[in-house]
Design a binder for this molecule. Sequence first.
Ligand code: ADP
Ligand code: MG
Length: 675
Amino acid sequence: MERKFQRLGLVQPSDFVVHLPIRYEDETRIIDIGAARPGHTVQLEGEILHSEVQLRPRRQLVAVLSDGTGRISLRWLHFYPNQRRQVETGKRVRVRGELRQGFNGFEIVHPRVTVAGGPLPNSLTPVYPTTEGLAQPTLRRAIQEALKQADLSESLPAELCRSLSLPSFAEAIRLLHAPPVGMSVDTLVERGHPAWRRIKFDELLAQQLSLALARRLRRAQRAVPLPISDAGLVGRLRDSLPFTLTSAQERVIQEISTDLGRGYPMHRLLQGDVGSGKTVVAAFAAAQAIANGRQAAIMAPTEILAEQHFRKLADWLVPLNVNVAWLTGSLTTKQRRAALEAAANGEAQLIIGTQALIQEKVRFARLGLVILDEQHRFGVGQRLELNRKGEAASGDSGDNPYMPHQLSMSATPIPRTLAMTFFADLEVSTIDELPPGRSPVITKLISDARREEVLSLVHREVLAGRQAYWVCPLVEESESLQLQTAVDTHAMLADAFPDMVVGLVHGRMTPAEKQAIMDDFRQGRTQLLVATTVIEVGVDVPNACLMIIEHAERFGLAQLHQLRGRVGRGTGQSVCVLMYQGPLSGVARERLRAMYETNDGFEIARRDLEQRGPGEFLGLRQSGQELLRYADLQSDSGIVEQAREAATDMLEHYPDHVEKHLNRWMRGRQDLLRS
Ligand code: ADP
Ligand code: MG
């Protein structure tokens, strides 16, 4: 039983207390059979007039119940001998269940039966979220017990409750676990009741408090300040770039630069739509760290992306005498050893890699800055791991070791309310401008039935000297099926276009193979590249102007936007064709519509959040913990603001209340917010 409670996160009495009902049943009343209407759950009392086991059309137990105002049938398709005894002719019983229109008048199938005349509860019966094998009555008893033991005293300053007209915690909790007779079930279930408002406020407040504390904690940490000096490496980088930075890039470079100069670790998220030019911003941050004699590390989610960063950054920085190393799973043992050594002895100034960077063997001599590209692709655990690595790698130990500065980059912008509630300990910089000369990608929705048209479009583009991607459908159930689809598609396209070189890249290839294929495409030796979603993030080939996505209806919105971002990187007009197969579900239709209607990453993110909810949107689902159980960021955004203000006030004036409140609401969850 304990394990089942644990699965629901219920360990201490205080956990049970805030495990709140999803709905209620009204068992406080008994109604007349004559007044009962089908389609509702009813509670009736009366006498069994007759009962029998029928054998046709199948074996079943049927009884007739009457209370003088009418009669109904009770029916069991599965039953035990004691159930049969419960409804023997002449017995007086109380029954409960959903009344429906049966073949011979009203009936209840599988009613709950107890003896008649028992006392009626004087509150609504709560129904709790539960887990397999844990029945409602057991859970109810445990919660009732906890309500007697737990400390329900107030965790908010009285003044705050008064000014926001919030009921007390004890009052709200008691009401929600056992609403009195006559209370409107609707306002309770829709969570508009003041008691619910109090609970949501509490939850959001706890979140704001722990974020503020995390921020305080970080500011109390030490980092090596990496001040800017324009005359040095940073200035030379600016002078040597083949393009002029956009003013948005200049602004965020400045923001990051200021952070790096501080004596506590930077914790900044750089968000900018696909193609907005985040990589060069990362180069500036790295240059500033390197100019100060520190190492910088960049971690990317895929080999292809890490390799591309390596190329690009090496292009910019090697001519300025920066020593760039790279570390991925694809290196030979010898190369790997050399890279590890260069990182450990400090020879390598910039280290670029995949998850391989956070493996145990990797040591850094003087790590000053960690950059995480496409941070949403990393799990919470990996982000924490990198933090720990930095701590160990800072080249000193003791009570308060130096921590590296941290820059995360993402093309999936986080809407404001979300950033406020989940990333309050993250400064955000936004690139809201694309480099000049780009024309927006034209998106076309084309039914699978018009495949011929799509093929001729590909042909035309390639004849005109441009390149194209062909993205194979996602097959969620099976990776090998997905691979098979990619291989088949490649064969089909190679057959359809004998005059073209058609390449294929997929997740099962070795990193070296992938690299060779991407090289061919980048150099223009391949005109059409068939790919699985391995090309989803970051790949940058400006001459590729056409993207075909098959079975676009199977992809998520953020994923489609990322994929589309692979084209429109050069100066030519780019086209993205979303092929779909009907009939479309409502959600799929909305997604495709969003893609068709807008190219704006922020708008896409907003709609994506709306469709999927914050947990999944932020990729936190795998953590198994819902971040907010009761409050809803969209509909409760007013409460979010109140909670934010209250948090600031409480931290300043009511430290004891803060501690009590966090103990009640946040036990064991703080780590999640700090990642
Ligand atoms: P993302 O933000 O999606 O990571 P990238 O950093 O890959 O974008 O940049 C996309 C392309 O734009 C790259 O080829 C990059 O070199 C180029 N680029 C970046 N900044 C500018 C600029 N200010 N002017 C022209 N091209 C730029
Ligand atoms: Mg990028």
